[in-house]
Ligand binder design. Structure first.
Ligand code: SAH
Length: 381
Protein backbone atom coordinates (compact mmCIF):
# COMPACT_ATOMS: atom_id res chain seq x y z
CA UNK A 1 0.00 0.00 0.00
CA UNK A 2 1.23 3.50 -0.74
CA UNK A 3 2.32 5.46 2.26
CA UNK A 4 -0.26 8.21 2.78
CA UNK A 5 2.59 10.52 3.72
CA UNK A 6 3.65 10.45 0.07
CA UNK A 7 0.43 11.96 -1.15
CA UNK A 8 0.34 15.39 -2.69
CA UNK A 9 -1.62 18.19 -1.02
CA UNK A 10 -4.70 17.38 -3.09
CA UNK A 11 -4.64 13.92 -1.54
CA UNK A 12 -4.01 11.90 -4.68
CA UNK A 13 -1.67 9.01 -5.35
CA UNK A 14 -1.18 8.34 -9.05
CA UNK A 15 -4.61 9.82 -9.69
CA UNK A 16 -6.20 7.88 -6.83
CA UNK A 17 -7.75 9.72 -3.97
CA UNK A 18 -6.61 9.33 -0.40
CA UNK A 19 -8.68 10.74 2.40
CA UNK A 20 -6.32 13.33 3.83
CA UNK A 21 -7.90 12.99 7.27
CA UNK A 22 -7.65 9.22 7.67
CA UNK A 23 -5.16 8.22 4.96
CA UNK A 24 -7.64 5.67 3.61
CA UNK A 25 -7.56 4.77 -0.06
CA UNK A 26 -10.69 5.35 -2.09
CA UNK A 27 -11.19 2.05 -3.92
CA UNK A 28 -13.70 3.26 -6.57
CA UNK A 29 -10.75 5.17 -8.08
CA UNK A 30 -9.05 1.92 -8.97
CA UNK A 31 -9.38 -0.30 -12.00
CA UNK A 32 -9.09 -4.05 -11.64
CA UNK A 33 -5.33 -4.22 -12.16
CA UNK A 34 -4.78 -1.49 -9.54
CA UNK A 35 -7.05 -3.34 -7.14
CA UNK A 36 -5.09 -6.53 -7.82
CA UNK A 37 -1.93 -4.68 -6.92
CA UNK A 38 -3.57 -3.33 -3.79
CA UNK A 39 -4.69 -6.80 -2.68
CA UNK A 40 -1.32 -8.33 -3.50
CA UNK A 41 0.24 -5.59 -1.39
CA UNK A 42 -1.77 -6.65 1.64
CA UNK A 43 -1.05 -10.32 1.06
CA UNK A 44 -4.38 -11.22 -0.50
CA UNK A 45 -5.31 -13.24 -3.57
CA UNK A 46 -5.77 -11.44 -6.89
CA UNK A 47 -9.39 -12.51 -7.36
CA UNK A 48 -10.45 -10.31 -4.44
CA UNK A 49 -10.02 -7.40 -6.86
CA UNK A 50 -12.85 -8.49 -9.13
CA UNK A 51 -15.07 -9.27 -6.17
CA UNK A 52 -14.61 -5.81 -4.67
CA UNK A 53 -14.86 -4.09 -8.06
CA UNK A 54 -18.18 -5.89 -8.58
CA UNK A 55 -19.48 -4.89 -5.17
CA UNK A 56 -18.61 -1.25 -5.77
CA UNK A 57 -20.48 -1.34 -9.08
CA UNK A 58 -23.46 -2.88 -7.32
CA UNK A 59 -23.50 0.17 -5.07
CA UNK A 60 -22.01 -1.20 -1.86
CA UNK A 61 -21.29 1.61 0.60
CA UNK A 62 -19.48 -0.48 3.18
CA UNK A 63 -17.26 -3.55 3.33
CA UNK A 64 -19.86 -5.21 5.56
CA UNK A 65 -22.05 -5.69 2.50
CA UNK A 66 -19.32 -7.68 0.73
CA UNK A 67 -20.48 -10.97 2.14
CA UNK A 68 -18.24 -13.18 0.02
CA UNK A 69 -15.14 -11.68 1.64
CA UNK A 70 -13.90 -13.28 4.87
CA UNK A 71 -14.90 -11.32 7.93
CA UNK A 72 -11.29 -10.70 8.96
CA UNK A 73 -10.48 -9.24 5.54
CA UNK A 74 -13.50 -6.96 5.73
CA UNK A 75 -12.28 -5.66 9.09
CA UNK A 76 -8.78 -5.05 7.67
CA UNK A 77 -10.22 -3.27 4.65
CA UNK A 78 -12.20 -0.93 6.87
CA UNK A 79 -8.94 0.28 8.37
CA UNK A 80 -7.22 0.76 5.02
CA UNK A 81 -9.82 1.90 2.55
CA UNK A 82 -13.22 3.34 1.74
CA UNK A 83 -15.80 2.51 -0.92
CA UNK A 84 -18.15 5.44 -0.84
CA UNK A 85 -17.77 9.17 -0.54
CA UNK A 86 -20.94 10.94 -1.64
CA UNK A 87 -23.72 12.06 0.64
CA UNK A 88 -26.99 13.37 -0.71
CA UNK A 89 -27.24 16.91 0.63
CA UNK A 90 -30.35 17.80 -1.30
CA UNK A 91 -32.52 16.20 -3.89
CA UNK A 92 -34.94 17.96 -6.19
CA UNK A 93 -37.60 16.09 -8.12
CA UNK A 94 -39.18 17.82 -11.08
CA UNK A 95 -42.95 17.85 -10.86
CA UNK A 96 -43.02 18.31 -14.64
CA UNK A 97 -41.02 15.36 -15.95
CA UNK A 98 -39.59 13.41 -13.02
CA UNK A 99 -36.03 14.59 -13.64
CA UNK A 100 -34.08 14.30 -10.40
CA UNK A 101 -31.30 16.67 -9.49
CA UNK A 102 -28.87 15.70 -6.75
CA UNK A 103 -26.65 17.96 -4.78
CA UNK A 104 -23.92 15.69 -3.43
CA UNK A 105 -21.52 16.50 -0.63
CA UNK A 106 -17.93 15.24 -0.96
CA UNK A 107 -15.75 14.25 1.99
CA UNK A 108 -13.86 17.54 1.90
CA UNK A 109 -17.03 19.61 2.18
CA UNK A 110 -17.24 20.50 -1.51
CA UNK A 111 -20.49 20.08 -3.36
CA UNK A 112 -21.29 18.87 -6.86
CA UNK A 113 -24.42 18.28 -8.91
CA UNK A 114 -25.65 15.30 -10.87
CA UNK A 115 -28.92 14.73 -12.70
CA UNK A 116 -31.02 11.68 -13.50
CA UNK A 117 -33.19 11.98 -16.61
CA UNK A 118 -35.60 9.53 -18.14
CA UNK A 119 -35.74 9.12 -21.91
CA UNK A 120 -37.57 6.59 -24.07
CA UNK A 121 -34.44 4.50 -24.31
CA UNK A 122 -33.75 4.41 -20.57
CA UNK A 123 -32.17 6.41 -17.80
CA UNK A 124 -29.34 8.87 -18.30
CA UNK A 125 -27.06 10.19 -15.58
CA UNK A 126 -25.45 13.57 -16.12
CA UNK A 127 -22.30 13.78 -14.03
CA UNK A 128 -19.89 16.52 -12.97
CA UNK A 129 -16.18 16.22 -13.74
CA UNK A 130 -14.82 19.02 -11.55
CA UNK A 131 -15.81 21.02 -8.48
CA UNK A 132 -16.52 24.23 -10.33
CA UNK A 133 -15.04 25.25 -13.65
CA UNK A 134 -12.21 27.47 -14.90
CA UNK A 135 -13.55 28.08 -18.40
CA UNK A 136 -15.49 31.23 -17.61
CA UNK A 137 -18.38 30.89 -20.08
CA UNK A 138 -20.41 34.01 -19.48
CA UNK A 139 -23.82 32.31 -19.46
CA UNK A 140 -22.89 29.45 -17.16
CA UNK A 141 -23.60 29.22 -13.42
CA UNK A 142 -20.60 26.95 -12.82
CA UNK A 143 -18.36 29.82 -13.70
CA UNK A 144 -20.01 32.21 -11.28
CA UNK A 145 -19.55 29.71 -8.45
CA UNK A 146 -15.80 29.32 -9.14
CA UNK A 147 -13.32 26.42 -9.46
CA UNK A 148 -12.15 24.33 -6.51
CA UNK A 149 -10.59 21.09 -7.76
CA UNK A 150 -10.73 18.15 -10.14
CA UNK A 151 -12.85 15.13 -9.31
CA UNK A 152 -11.12 11.75 -9.28
CA UNK A 153 -12.34 8.95 -11.56
CA UNK A 154 -13.97 7.24 -8.59
CA UNK A 155 -15.78 10.41 -7.53
CA UNK A 156 -17.25 10.70 -11.02
CA UNK A 157 -18.23 7.02 -10.96
CA UNK A 158 -19.74 7.40 -7.48
CA UNK A 159 -22.25 9.88 -8.87
CA UNK A 160 -23.72 7.17 -11.11
CA UNK A 161 -23.64 4.64 -8.28
CA UNK A 162 -25.24 7.00 -5.76
CA UNK A 163 -27.98 7.85 -8.23
CA UNK A 164 -28.69 4.17 -8.87
CA UNK A 165 -28.67 3.46 -5.16
CA UNK A 166 -31.09 6.23 -4.36
CA UNK A 167 -33.47 5.84 -7.28
CA UNK A 168 -33.44 2.08 -7.72
CA UNK A 169 -33.17 2.44 -11.51
CA UNK A 170 -30.40 1.13 -13.75
CA UNK A 171 -28.57 3.91 -15.52
CA UNK A 172 -27.95 2.93 -19.14
CA UNK A 173 -26.44 6.17 -20.46
CA UNK A 174 -23.93 8.58 -19.03
CA UNK A 175 -23.27 12.15 -20.13
CA UNK A 176 -20.31 14.10 -18.75
CA UNK A 177 -22.17 17.40 -19.01
CA UNK A 178 -22.46 18.48 -15.41
CA UNK A 179 -20.19 20.95 -13.66
CA UNK A 180 -16.66 21.25 -15.04
CA UNK A 181 -14.73 20.92 -18.26
CA UNK A 182 -13.94 17.21 -18.86
CA UNK A 183 -10.85 17.92 -21.00
CA UNK A 184 -9.43 20.08 -18.21
CA UNK A 185 -9.44 16.88 -16.12
CA UNK A 186 -8.63 14.58 -19.00
CA UNK A 187 -6.99 11.54 -17.36
CA UNK A 188 -9.56 11.15 -14.60
CA UNK A 189 -12.45 11.47 -17.05
CA UNK A 190 -10.97 8.84 -19.38
CA UNK A 191 -10.38 6.55 -16.44
CA UNK A 192 -13.98 7.04 -15.32
CA UNK A 193 -15.27 6.09 -18.79
CA UNK A 194 -13.16 2.92 -18.73
CA UNK A 195 -14.31 2.04 -15.20
CA UNK A 196 -17.97 2.53 -16.16
CA UNK A 197 -17.46 0.43 -19.29
CA UNK A 198 -15.86 -2.54 -17.53
CA UNK A 199 -17.95 -5.68 -17.86
CA UNK A 200 -16.99 -6.54 -14.30
CA UNK A 201 -18.69 -3.33 -13.24
CA UNK A 202 -21.45 -1.12 -14.65
CA UNK A 203 -20.91 -2.47 -18.17
CA UNK A 204 -22.17 0.70 -19.89
CA UNK A 205 -21.26 0.64 -23.59
CA UNK A 206 -19.02 3.42 -24.90
CA UNK A 207 -21.67 4.34 -27.44
CA UNK A 208 -23.94 5.07 -24.48
CA UNK A 209 -21.55 7.67 -23.11
CA UNK A 210 -21.15 11.30 -24.13
CA UNK A 211 -18.46 13.78 -23.18
CA UNK A 212 -19.16 17.46 -23.67
CA UNK A 213 -16.33 19.94 -24.13
CA UNK A 214 -16.22 23.69 -24.48
CA UNK A 215 -13.87 23.14 -27.43
CA UNK A 216 -10.40 22.35 -26.10
CA UNK A 217 -8.80 21.32 -29.39
CA UNK A 218 -5.85 19.26 -28.05
CA UNK A 219 -8.35 17.39 -25.86
CA UNK A 220 -10.58 16.57 -28.84
CA UNK A 221 -7.58 15.27 -30.79
CA UNK A 222 -6.33 13.18 -27.90
CA UNK A 223 -9.84 11.85 -27.34
CA UNK A 224 -9.98 10.83 -31.00
CA UNK A 225 -6.97 8.60 -30.38
CA UNK A 226 -8.40 6.71 -27.39
CA UNK A 227 -9.79 3.98 -29.60
CA UNK A 228 -13.33 3.95 -28.27
CA UNK A 229 -16.64 5.13 -29.66
CA UNK A 230 -17.70 7.58 -26.99
CA UNK A 231 -19.96 10.34 -28.30
CA UNK A 232 -18.51 13.79 -28.37
CA UNK A 233 -20.52 16.96 -27.81
CA UNK A 234 -18.93 20.32 -28.50
CA UNK A 235 -20.36 23.48 -26.99
CA UNK A 236 -20.20 25.83 -29.93
CA UNK A 237 -22.84 28.45 -29.07
CA UNK A 238 -21.76 30.78 -31.89
CA UNK A 239 -21.24 30.68 -35.65
CA UNK A 240 -18.03 32.75 -35.61
CA UNK A 241 -15.07 33.60 -33.38
CA UNK A 242 -16.23 37.17 -32.77
CA UNK A 243 -19.50 36.18 -31.05
CA UNK A 244 -17.96 33.05 -29.49
CA UNK A 245 -15.10 34.91 -27.81
CA UNK A 246 -17.62 37.24 -26.18
CA UNK A 247 -19.55 34.31 -24.72
CA UNK A 248 -16.68 31.93 -24.05
CA UNK A 249 -13.15 33.06 -23.12
CA UNK A 250 -11.85 29.69 -24.37
CA UNK A 251 -12.89 30.89 -27.83
CA UNK A 252 -9.93 33.26 -27.80
CA UNK A 253 -7.55 30.33 -27.40
CA UNK A 254 -9.09 27.79 -29.81
CA UNK A 255 -10.58 29.15 -33.01
CA UNK A 256 -13.70 27.68 -34.55
CA UNK A 257 -11.91 26.49 -37.70
CA UNK A 258 -9.54 24.46 -35.52
CA UNK A 259 -12.49 23.03 -33.59
CA UNK A 260 -14.19 21.99 -36.82
CA UNK A 261 -10.95 20.45 -38.09
CA UNK A 262 -10.52 18.44 -34.87
CA UNK A 263 -14.20 17.44 -34.93
CA UNK A 264 -13.79 16.10 -38.45
CA UNK A 265 -10.86 13.97 -37.32
CA UNK A 266 -12.99 12.71 -34.43
CA UNK A 267 -15.79 11.61 -36.75
CA UNK A 268 -13.33 9.94 -39.11
CA UNK A 269 -11.59 8.02 -36.34
CA UNK A 270 -14.70 6.96 -34.43
CA UNK A 271 -17.48 7.00 -37.00
CA UNK A 272 -19.57 8.81 -34.43
CA UNK A 273 -21.63 11.86 -35.23
CA UNK A 274 -20.59 14.95 -33.28
CA UNK A 275 -23.20 16.91 -31.43
CA UNK A 276 -22.79 20.68 -31.45
CA UNK A 277 -24.54 22.36 -28.58
CA UNK A 278 -25.87 25.82 -29.23
CA UNK A 279 -27.54 27.78 -26.43
CA UNK A 280 -29.84 30.34 -28.00
CA UNK A 281 -29.56 33.77 -26.42
CA UNK A 282 -31.95 36.42 -27.61
CA UNK A 283 -30.29 39.02 -29.81
CA UNK A 284 -26.81 37.62 -29.22
CA UNK A 285 -26.54 34.47 -31.34
CA UNK A 286 -30.08 33.67 -32.49
CA UNK A 287 -30.45 35.88 -35.56
CA UNK A 288 -31.26 34.35 -38.96
CA UNK A 289 -27.84 35.36 -40.29
CA UNK A 290 -26.23 33.48 -37.39
CA UNK A 291 -28.11 30.34 -38.45
CA UNK A 292 -27.00 30.76 -42.07
CA UNK A 293 -23.40 31.22 -41.01
CA UNK A 294 -23.59 28.17 -38.74
CA UNK A 295 -25.04 26.01 -41.50
CA UNK A 296 -22.22 27.08 -43.81
CA UNK A 297 -19.65 26.25 -41.14
CA UNK A 298 -20.96 22.74 -40.53
CA UNK A 299 -21.73 21.74 -44.08
CA UNK A 300 -20.51 18.23 -44.90
CA UNK A 301 -19.62 17.33 -41.32
CA UNK A 302 -21.14 14.22 -39.70
CA UNK A 303 -22.98 16.18 -37.02
CA UNK A 304 -26.14 17.20 -35.26
CA UNK A 305 -26.93 20.62 -33.86
CA UNK A 306 -28.72 20.62 -30.53
CA UNK A 307 -30.40 23.94 -29.88
CA UNK A 308 -30.91 24.78 -26.22
CA UNK A 309 -32.88 27.86 -25.22
CA UNK A 310 -30.37 29.40 -22.78
CA UNK A 311 -31.25 28.89 -19.16
CA UNK A 312 -31.12 32.35 -17.64
CA UNK A 313 -28.79 32.48 -14.64
CA UNK A 314 -29.65 35.26 -12.17
CA UNK A 315 -26.11 36.67 -12.31
CA UNK A 316 -26.26 37.24 -16.09
CA UNK A 317 -28.42 39.45 -18.25
CA UNK A 318 -29.01 36.92 -21.02
CA UNK A 319 -32.52 36.25 -22.16
CA UNK A 320 -33.77 32.99 -23.56
CA UNK A 321 -34.79 33.00 -27.21
CA UNK A 322 -38.53 32.55 -27.50
CA UNK A 323 -40.20 29.69 -29.28
CA UNK A 324 -40.61 31.58 -32.56
CA UNK A 325 -36.98 32.62 -32.79
CA UNK A 326 -35.88 29.10 -31.85
CA UNK A 327 -38.07 27.52 -34.52
CA UNK A 328 -36.88 30.00 -37.14
CA UNK A 329 -33.26 29.24 -36.27
CA UNK A 330 -33.88 25.48 -36.45
CA UNK A 331 -35.71 25.82 -39.77
CA UNK A 332 -32.81 27.65 -41.41
CA UNK A 333 -30.36 24.98 -40.30
CA UNK A 334 -32.61 22.21 -41.58
CA UNK A 335 -33.22 23.94 -44.91
CA UNK A 336 -29.46 24.00 -45.30
CA UNK A 337 -29.16 20.28 -44.70
CA UNK A 338 -27.99 20.38 -41.09
CA UNK A 339 -29.61 17.87 -38.80
CA UNK A 340 -31.08 19.82 -35.89
CA UNK A 341 -32.96 19.14 -32.70
CA UNK A 342 -34.34 21.44 -30.04
CA UNK A 343 -33.49 20.11 -26.61
CA UNK A 344 -36.35 19.05 -24.45
CA UNK A 345 -36.02 21.18 -21.39
CA UNK A 346 -35.92 18.62 -18.64
CA UNK A 347 -36.20 19.73 -15.06
CA UNK A 348 -36.64 23.41 -15.84
CA UNK A 349 -38.58 23.85 -12.59
CA UNK A 350 -35.70 22.58 -10.48
CA UNK A 351 -32.82 24.60 -11.90
CA UNK A 352 -31.44 21.52 -13.64
CA UNK A 353 -29.08 23.58 -15.79
CA UNK A 354 -25.42 23.15 -15.18
CA UNK A 355 -24.11 24.55 -11.90
CA UNK A 356 -27.24 26.41 -10.87
CA UNK A 357 -27.86 24.43 -7.72
CA UNK A 358 -24.28 24.55 -6.51
CA UNK A 359 -24.31 28.28 -7.02
CA UNK A 360 -27.51 28.70 -5.06
CA UNK A 361 -26.28 26.40 -2.33
CA UNK A 362 -23.04 28.32 -2.00
CA UNK A 363 -24.80 31.65 -1.71
CA UNK A 364 -27.23 30.19 0.81
CA UNK A 365 -24.68 28.37 2.98
CA UNK A 366 -25.80 28.38 6.55
CA UNK A 367 -29.47 28.19 5.72
CA UNK A 368 -31.27 25.17 7.15
CA UNK A 369 -30.99 22.07 5.01
CA UNK A 370 -33.96 20.31 3.59
CA UNK A 371 -33.59 16.64 2.77
CA UNK A 372 -35.77 16.75 -0.29
CA UNK A 373 -37.37 19.47 -2.30
CA UNK A 374 -39.90 18.94 -4.96
CA UNK A 375 -40.31 21.15 -7.98
CA UNK A 376 -43.42 23.23 -8.00
CA UNK A 377 -44.00 22.88 -11.70
CA UNK A 378 -43.51 26.55 -12.39
CA UNK A 379 -40.97 27.00 -15.12
CA UNK A 380 -37.92 28.71 -13.73
CA UNK A 381 -35.37 28.15 -16.47
N1 SAH B 1 -17.66 22.15 -19.90
C1 SAH B 1 -18.40 21.30 -20.77
C2 SAH B 1 -19.54 20.52 -20.11
C3 SAH B 1 -20.37 21.16 -19.07
S1 SAH B 1 -21.67 22.23 -19.49
C4 SAH B 1 -18.92 22.09 -21.96
O1 SAH B 1 -18.73 23.29 -21.99
O2 SAH B 1 -19.44 21.49 -22.88
C5 SAH B 1 -22.86 21.33 -20.38
C6 SAH B 1 -23.56 22.18 -21.43
O3 SAH B 1 -24.46 23.14 -20.82
C7 SAH B 1 -22.60 22.99 -22.29
O4 SAH B 1 -23.02 22.96 -23.63
C8 SAH B 1 -22.77 24.38 -21.71
O5 SAH B 1 -22.34 25.35 -22.60
C9 SAH B 1 -24.25 24.39 -21.43
N2 SAH B 1 -24.72 25.45 -20.54
C10 SAH B 1 -24.09 25.99 -19.47
N3 SAH B 1 -24.84 26.96 -18.92
C11 SAH B 1 -25.97 27.02 -19.63
C12 SAH B 1 -27.14 27.83 -19.57
N4 SAH B 1 -27.27 28.77 -18.63
N5 SAH B 1 -28.10 27.61 -20.49
C13 SAH B 1 -27.97 26.66 -21.44
N6 SAH B 1 -26.90 25.86 -21.56
C14 SAH B 1 -25.90 26.05 -20.68
Amino acid sequence: MTDPAETDPAGTVAGNQVDTGTGKLFLPDMDISELEEFFAGIGQKKYRAKQVFGWIAKGAVSFDEMTDLPLALREDLKLLARVSCLKIRKKFVSAVDGTVKYLFGLDDGNIIESVLMEYNHGYTACVSSQVGCKMGCSFCASTVAGFRRNLTAGEILEQVLAIQRDSGVRVSNVVVMGIGEPFDNYDNVIKFLRLANSHHGLNIGYRHMTVSTCGIVPGILRFAGEGFQVNLAVSLHAPNDRIRAKLMPVGRKYRIDKIIEASKIYTEKTNRRIMFEYALIEGVNDLPENAVELAFLLKGLLCLVNLIPVNPVDETSYRQSGRKRTERFAAILKENGIETTVRRELGSDINAACGQLRLREMSARGSPEREQETGTGTAKG
